[in-house]
Write a protein that binds this ligand. Structure first.
Ligand SMILES: Nc1nc2c(c(=O)[nH]1)N[C@H]1C(S)=C(S)[C@@H](COP(=O)(O)O)O[C@H]1N2
Ligand SMILES: [Mo]
Length: 495
């Protein structure tokens, strides 16, 4: 009996802690829900049909009840396994925690923090209660009381944690808001990405970066939580008509979808702060024309809910074919919270810090007199993305077989396009690389080339030339104030 109580209490503590951690840190679902969602995905179609037929709209409830029963059984089993030593039961709880971590990670539903918290709390509490139970005797009244009080405290804590987590999640209501936004955002056809757009088989990234792999840069200690229903944008300043738009007002306008490669000015030569997604949103130009930009205005000064600011030149935003968006979707789903839900800006061809304001809430048409966040900290006011390239394979590491070595990587020159990539080994002659299918001048371009390399150490270098005829300068420059330059080089050993 005590054994079962221990198993159930520790599991309750784990779930409560997981729920609380999800409420505090995680932006989508608690580990319990993630496991449930995975169960839904894993269940074979006929069983799903049966469940829907049998339980109707209560099928989700049936699943949750079913899960609760399974968990209670596992928890009891964990307790019973541990009548002598503490660790077999703890191992069962840890295994279940790992399933939770796996479910969250595989589904890309935010970090594993909440599930890990649940795992750790479950194991620690289990060990603790087991210790209390084995050092007290059920016959002795004070010992009995001590065990009951400890268990009671654990259960109360679990309940409070679970309630607080639920409250936090409802209070911010973000997951619901995102789900509802997904339904409200109209389907916008985006140009299909052709099959040969990447050389992932040769070691380049995939052409489209999955949302969970997309690089992330911001100054936010805690990710701002804005529900779509509460979102508002004020477009004001040097305009004829000030616009105040809610999320649905935005959705009533013309939406476009297209792949865009974002890059961070802090990306070192060879760095990873570059990713590509299909963004869906309202053209910034449409909104600027609607508001009517007054003569003399120079920049669109955008502010996020957490006070971050960026300044984007109006002549860029007003170019008829620039394609800057107030984006609401990234790869077909509402923006992930950490990527700016519900609305962010993206401007092809400009580094993120001057253009890609996340959690956007204010846009002022103004002059360059107003300095934006990074400009005040010594970075350039204007920052077009520099033509660059990177070697992805081979990378320094264990020796690779000598002979034919395929060198592959990426090149980018957003809004201009890549014309040519060349690669050389050991300062020998440049060899022109094969380019992957051309998708758009606003996205990166993958390349590869086969080099003949004898055994020994080699230095590989690459350089890109864009469609404006500019070849990457070999001159190394750091990321401050407007982006790094220089050729990416990789030292490898062939054997
Ligand atoms: N609100 C806000 N928006 C921001 C930033 C920020 O710190 N806060 N960082 C910018 C920078 S420097 C970059 S490179 C891009 C990164 O966008 P991502 O995190 O979606 O990749 O967002 C931009 N937008
Ligand atoms: Mo950045």
């Amino acid at each position: 009996m005590r054994a079962i109580v221990i198993g159930l209490s520790a599991t309750a503590a784990a779930l409560g802690a997981g729920h609380l951690a999800a409420g505090i840190t995680d932006v989508r679902t608690s580990p319990f829900v993630a496991v449930g969602n995975s169960a839904i995905d894993l269940v074979p179609e006929p069983v799903k049909q049966f469940a829907i037929a049998a339980f109707g709209t209560a099928d989700k409830l049936a699943l949750l009840v079913g899960m609760a029963v399974v968990i209670a059984l596992l928890a009891s089993a964990a307790g019973l396994l541990s009548r002598r030593q503490w660790w077999p039961g703890a191992a069962v709880i840890a295994a279940f925690g790992l399933v939770g971590v796996g479910a969250v990670v595989v589904r890309g539903e935010g970090g594993p923090a909440a599930a890990l918290t649940a795992l750790v709390v479950g194991v620690v509490v289990f060990r603790w209660l087991h210790h209390v139970a084995t050092t007290t005797s059920p016959e002795h009244p004070t010992d009995r009381r001590r065990f009951l009080i400890t268990t009671g405290l654990v259960l109360a804590g679990a309940g409070a944690g679970g309630l607080a987590g639920g409250f936090l999640q409802r209070w911010t209501g973000l997951s619901t808001s995102r789900q509802e936004a997904a339904v409200r955002i109209p389907d916008v056809p985006s140009p299909p990405v052709p099959a040969g757009a990447d050389f992932a088989s040769s070691g380049t990234p995939t052409f489209i970066t999955a949302n969970r792999d997309f690089y992330r840069i911001d100054t936010a200690l805690v990710v701002p939580r804005v529900r779509a229903e509460d979102w508002q944008l004020r477009l004001h300043g040097m305009v004829e008509r000030e616009l105040v738009l809610g999320f649905d007002d935005l959705l009533r306008r013309r939406l476009e979808a297209r792949p865009i490669t974002l890059a961070c000015v802090s990306n070192e030569v060879g760095g990873r702060l570059i990713s590509t997604a299909t963004f869906t949103g309202v053209p910034v130009r449409d909104l600027l024309l609607e508001a009517g930009v007054r003569p003399g205005a120079q920049q669109l000064f955008t502010t996020s809910v957490d006070g971050y600011t960026a300044g984007t030149p109006l002549d860029v935003l007003l170019e008829p074919d620039r394609g800057a968006l107030l984006a609401v979707e990234m790869n077909g789903e509402p923006l992930p919270v950490e990527h700016g839900f519900p609305v962010r800006m993206v401007v092809p061809g400009l580094y993120g810090y001057v253009s890609a304001t996340k959690w956007l809430t204010d846009a002022e048409v103004t002059t360059f007199d107003r300095a934006h966040y990074w400009e005040r900290r010594g970075w350039a006011r204007q920052a077009p993305i520099k033509t660059q390239s990177r070697i992805d394979r081979p990378r320094p590491g264990p020796p690779v077989p000598a002979g034919t070595v395929t060198v592959a990587g990426i090149a980018w020159a957003q809004h201009t396009g890549i014309e040519r990539v060349e690669v050389r080994a050991d300062r020998g002659p440049w060899q022109v690389a094969e380019l992957a299918a051309d998708v758009s001048r606003d996205t990166w371009r993958m390349w590869r080339v086969a080099l003949e390399l004898p055994p020994g150490e080699h230095v590989l270098e690459c350089r890109a030339t864009d469609r404006a005829g500019r070849t990457q300068t070999p001159k190394p420059q750091g990321v401050v104030p407007d982006g790094a330059t220089g050729w990416h080089s990789v030292r490898i050993v062939c054997r």
